[in-house]
Design a protein around this ligand. Structure first.
Ligand code: C5P
Length: 303
C-alpha cells in the first residue's frame, strides 16, 4: 500500500464552558463536541522525508511547512514508533480555516490515522489519542467523532448518547480568528467586568435534549463562554447571529472560538431555507448546511 486517504469531519461545540485560566496557560473546560458533515480529506503517500500540500477553500491560509498540524502529527507518530518514516500529505480543505470548527485538529487526526495505516504500525486508538492530545486540545475528539464531552483542556473524552440527527447551518466568515487571542479576550473581559470564572459544569438539560434528539430543547441550551470574546473581536458576528434567529433558528451560537456561526434548524428543509436567507442578507461569506452527529475519521484508499 503506498497511499491512504482519510476523510475527517469538522466539529461544533454545543456547550463550551470555560473555567479559570490555569498556570499552564490553558483553561479547564466542559466542552460538548459534536462532529458535523463538513469534511477535509487527507491523503498520505509513501515518500522519503515529510511534505505537505494544501488544496481547496482558503488553502493559502494554511502553512505548508513544519507548523502544519498534520505534519506535526505525522512526525510525532514516527517519533512514537521510533523510526524515521517519511510521508507526503495532501490536504483537501472544506472545513473553514481558523473558523472555530477544529479544521487543523481534524487534519492532524486524519494524518495520525492515515500514517498509522500507511506505515503498518497498527497502533490502537488509545495511543493515537495520547499523541493527538500533545498536538492540540481538540485533536482527541477529532479522532473519535460523534458527540462527546471533553474535560480538562478538552482532551479527556466521554462519548455521549444522541437520539437523532440534527440539522445545522454554518455561516462562514471572511478570514479567521486566532484561538489564543479569543481565550485571551475572554480573560480580559472577565477581569474588566470583575467576573469570577466559575468551575465549568456539564449542562444536564443539554445532555437530556441530546439523548432525546430534541432539536428545540437543544437549541435553547446551546452555550458558548467564548462567544462574547469572539463578538468583541469581530463585531459583525452580532448581526449574523441576529439574522439567523430572525429566520427561525432554534439556536444561534458562535462555533468554538469563531468566527463561524452555527444555527440549529428544525429540519433539513428549514436548514436549506435558512442558509439561503443568510446568503441573501449578505451577513456571511457563505452559508452551508450540514448534519450531525457523524462518525470520526473514515479510511479509504486511492489508486
Ligand atoms: O490546544 P491548542 O493548541 O489547540 O490550543 C490553542 C490555544 O487555545 C492555547 O494556546 C490556549 O491559548 C487556548 N486554549 C485554552 N484552554 C483550552 C484549550 C485551548 O486556553 N482548554
Amino acid at each position: 500500500m503506498n497511499s491512504v486517504t482519510v476523510r475527517v469531519p469538522a466539529k461544533v461545540n454545543l456547550q463550551l464552558a470555560v473555567g479559570p485560566l490555569r498556570d499552564d496557560g490553558y483553561h479547564d473546560l466542559v466542552n460538548v463536541f459534536h462532529a458535523v458533515s463538513i469534511f477535509d480529506e487527507v491523503t498520505a503517500t509513501a515518500e522519503t522525508g515529510m511534505r505537505v500540500r494544501v488544496e481547496g477553500d482558503s488553502a493559502g491560509q494554511v502553512p505548508e511547512d513544519d507548523d502544519n498540524l498534520a505534519i506535526r502529527a505525522a512526525s510525532a507518530l514516527a517519533r512514537h514508533a521510533g523510526r524515521s518514516y517519511g510521508v507526503s500529505l495532501l490536504i483537501r480543505k472544506s472545513i473553514p480555516v481558523a473558523g472555530g470548527m477544529a479544521g487543523g485538529s481534524a487534519d492532524a487526526a486524519a494524518a495520525l490515522v492515515a500514517c498509522n495505516e500507511l506505515w503498518g504500525l497498527g497502533l490502537p486508538l488509545a495511543d493515537l489519542l495520547e499523541i493527538g492530545a500533545d498536538i492540540g486540545s481538540d485533536v482527541p475528539f477529532a479522532l473519535l467523532g460523534g458527540t462527546a464531552v471533553g474535560t480538562g483542556r478538552g482532551e479527556r473524552l466521554t462519548p455521549l448518547e444522541v437520539g437523532g440527527t440534527f440539522h445545522w447551518v454554518f455561516a462562514l466568515a471572511e478570514g479567521g480568528l486566532s484561538t489564543p487571542a479569543v481565550y485571551a479576550e475572554c480573560d480580559r473581559i472577565r477581569e474588566a467586568t470583575g467576573t469570577e470564572a466559575a468551575w465549568p459544569q456539564t449542562s444536564e438539560p443539554l445532555l437530556d435534549a441530546l439523548r432525546r434528539g430534541d432539536a428545540k430543547a437543544l437549541g435553547a441550551e446551546l452555550a458558548n463562554d467564548l462567544q462574547p470574546a469572539a463578538v468583541m473581536l469581530r463585531r459583525s458576528l452580532a448581526r449574523t447571529l441576529d439574522a439567523g434567529r430572525e429566520h427561525g433558528a432554534l439556536g444561534a451560537i458562535v462555533s468554538g472560538s469563531g468566527p463561524t456561526c452555527a444555527f440549529l434548524a428544525d429540519s433539513e428543509t428549514h436548514a436549506v431555507e435558512l442558509a439561503a436567507a443568510l446568503r441573501a442578507e449578505g451577513v456571511a461569506r457563505d452559508a452551508v448546511t450540514a448534519h450531525g452527529p457523524v462518525p470520526g475519521p473514515a479510511v479509504g484508499q486511492r489508486p
